[in-house]
Design a protein around this ligand. Structure first.
Ligand code: NAD
Length: 432
C-alpha cells in the first residue's frame, strides 16, 4: 500500500508527537506533563503462534499500546495490516486519547494491531489470531481497564471471537470488554454507521460555518470501506453528490478511482465491492464509471474531499494537486494529512475538520455500546444515532467556537481542547 510517498519515510508517531509538541507549546504545558503525554503509559508487543491450515505454525507480531487513561479506561481499535508497525500503533493510540477527550467521553486512548493480511488468511486462521491476541494481553485489558474495538480489516466477527476468548479465560460474561460486536451479541445498533455518519454530522456543521448548502456541493472520497460507505450514504441523504470514490485493488496491489460525473450510486457500487471495500473494475465500467488511477480522487473538481482510507494520503507531494474548487476536507481516516500538506491547506485557506474530531463518531458509539453492554440494556437505532448527533455536533461547536475566538485552524483548536482536558485529568489525579 502507498504508505511511503515522501522522500523521508513517513512515520505516524513522529507526526503525532510533532502535533502534540506544537499544542503543548501553545498551552505552555510543564515539562513533566509534556513528557508524560508525548509517550504511551504502557506498551505490549508479543508473538502469536498460529497453526495454519496447511499444518505449519506461523508466528504473527501483535501490539497493544495504552497511551493514557487519566480520563477513563483505555479505548481503541485493533488493526490487521501487513504494514502495521509499533509506531503506527503508538500514533493511533495517542490520537485515540485526544479523540475521546475532544468529544468529552470518559475514556482514554489505546490501539492494537497484528502484522498480517486477512486477504490471505482463512476464517479459521483469523480466529486463531484473534484468540491468540487476547491470550497475550488478557491480564492487561478488560471492561474497566482497556476496551478494544475493530479498525482497518477487523470486524464484528473478530470482536466476538476475542470476547469469547476473554470470557473463557476470565470465566463469566463480560460483554463490556470489547465493542463493535454483532448486534444481538452485545453490539450496539448504529455502530456500523457511526464513524461515517459522525464524519457527515461534522461536515454538515462545517458547511453551515462556510455558508454552503449540502445540495449544492460535490465530494470525492478516498476509500470504500466502513467509514467511506456510511459517510457517502448520509452525505447523499443531505443532498450532496459524490462524483468519485477510490479503493484498493488487491489483485493489482494498487488503488483505482471510480468516477461518474452524475454521481455514484452507492447501493449498486456495494453490489460489486468485496468485503474489504475493493471495487470490481469491469463491473464498474459497465455501470458507467471511468476507472482512473487511485490518486486521482484528490484532483477532482469538487467542494469537499473525504479521505477515508489510510494515513499520509494527502502529503507534500500531492497537496498541490488539490483542485482550487475544494473548500473543505473532512478527515474520515486517521492521520490522512501530513504536517507538510497541512501547511499547504492552511495557506490555501481550505477548511479542515481534523481526523480526531471528524471520525470520533466510531468511538462515541463504542462508548454507547460499552454503556449498554455493562447495563445489559440496549437502545433502538434511532436513539443511538440521535445521541451520536448530539455529541458530535456539540464537540464540533466547541472546536469551531474556540477556532474563531483564538483565530486558530480547526486542528489546533481541537488539540487545545483535547490536550487541556487530558492534562487537567493528569493533574487532578496528582500524576504531574
Ligand atoms: P476498511 O478496512 O473498512 O476500509 C478501508 C478502505 O480503504 C477500503 O475500501 C480499501 O479498499 C481502501 N484503501 C486502502 N488503501 C487505499 C489506497 N491507497 N487508496 C484508496 N483506497 C484505499 O477501514 P475503515 O474502518 O473504513 O477505516 C478507514 C480509516 O478510518 C482508517 O484510517 C481507520 O483508522 C479510520 N477509522 C475507522 C473507524 C471505524 O469505526 N471503522 C473509526 C475511526 C477511524
Amino acid at each position: 500500500m502507498n504508505l511511503i510517498t515522501t522522500s523521508k519515510p513517513y512515520n505516524s508517531f513522529e507526526v503525532a508527537q510533532a502535533q502534540f509538541d506544537e499544542v503543548a507549546s501553545l498551552l505552555d504545558l510543564d515539562e513533566a506533563t509534556r513528557t508524560l503525554l508525548r509517550n504511551a503509559l504502557r506498551e505490549y508487543t508479543f508473538s502469536i503462534p498460529v497453526r495454519m491450515d496447511d499444518g505449519r505454525v506461523k508466528v504473527f507480531r501483535g501490539f497493544r499500546v495504552q497511551h493514557n487513561d487519566a480520563r477513563g479506561p483505555c479505548k481503541g481499535g485493533i488493526r490487521f495490516h501487513p504494514q502495521e508497525t509499533i509506531d503506527t500503533v503508538r500514533a493511533l493510540a495517542m490520537w485515540m486519547t485526544w479523540k475521546c477527550a475532544v468529544v468529552d467521553i470518559p475514556l482514554g486512548g489505546a490501539k492494537g494491531g497484528v502484522v498480517c493480511d486477512p486477504h490471505n488468511l482463512s476464517a479459521r486462521e483469523q480466529e486463531q489470531i484473534c484468540r491468540g491476541w487476547v491470550r497475550q494481553v488478557a491480564r492487561d485489558v478488560g471492561p474497566f481497564t482497556d476496551v478494544p474495538a475493530p479498525d482497518v480489516m477487523t470486524n464484528a466477527q473478530h470482536m466476538l471471537w476475542m470476547l469469547d476468548e476473554f470470557e473463557t479465560l476470565q470465566g463469566g460474561r463480560h460483554p463490556g470488554f470489547i465493542t463493535g460486536k454483532p448486534v444481538g451479541m452485545g453490539g450496539s445498533q448504529g455502530r456500523a454507521e457511526a464513524t461515517g455518519f459522525g464524519v457527515v454530522f461534522t461536515l454538515r456543521e462545517a458547511l453551515r460555518d462556510l455558508g454552503l448548502e449540502a445540495e449544492a456541493t460535490r465530494a470525492s472520497v478516498q476509500g470504500f470501506g466502513n467509514v467511506a460507505q456510511h459517510a457517502i450514504r448520509l452525505y447523499q441523504q443531505l443532498g450532496g453528490t459524490v462524483t468519485c470514490v477510490s479503493s484498493w485493488d488487491q489483485a493489482e496491489q494498487m488503488a483505482f478511482a471510480f468516477r461518474r460525473e452524475s454521481g455514484v450510486d452507492l447501493d449498486r457500487l456495494l453490489e460489486i465491492a468485496d468485503r474489504f471495500g475493493g471495487i470490481d473494475k469491469e463491473e464498474a465500467r459497465k455501470q458507467g464509471y471511468d476507472v482512473i488511477p487511485g490518486e486521482a480522487w484528490l484532483e477532482e473538481r469538487v467542494h469537499i474531499l473525504i479521505p477515508a482510507a489510510l494515513e499520509n494520503q494527502i502529503n507534500a507531494e500531492n497537496a498541490g494537486l488539490i483542485d482550487p474548487s475544494v473548500r473543505l476536507i473532512a478527515e474520515g481516516a486517521n492521520g490522512p494529512t501530513s504536517p507538510d500538506a497541512d501547511r499547504v491547506l492552511k495557506e490555501r485557506g481550505i477548511y479542515v475538520i481534523p481526523d480526531f474530531l471528524a471520525n470520533a463518531g466510531g468511538v462515541t458509539c463504542s462508548y454507547f455500546e460499552q454503556v449498554q453492554s455493562n447495563m445489559n440494556y440496549f437502545w433502538e437505532k434511532d436513539e443511538v444515532l440521535a445521541k451520536l448527533d448530539v455529541k458530535m455536533t456539540s464537540a464540533f461547536a466547541a472546536v469551531s467556537e474556540l477556532a474563531k475566538k483564538r483565530r486558530l485552524p480547526m486542528r489546533e483548536a481541537a488539540y487545545v481542547i483535547a490536550v487541556s482536558r487530558v492534562a487537567q485529568a493528569c493533574r487532578d489525579r496528582g500524576w504531574v
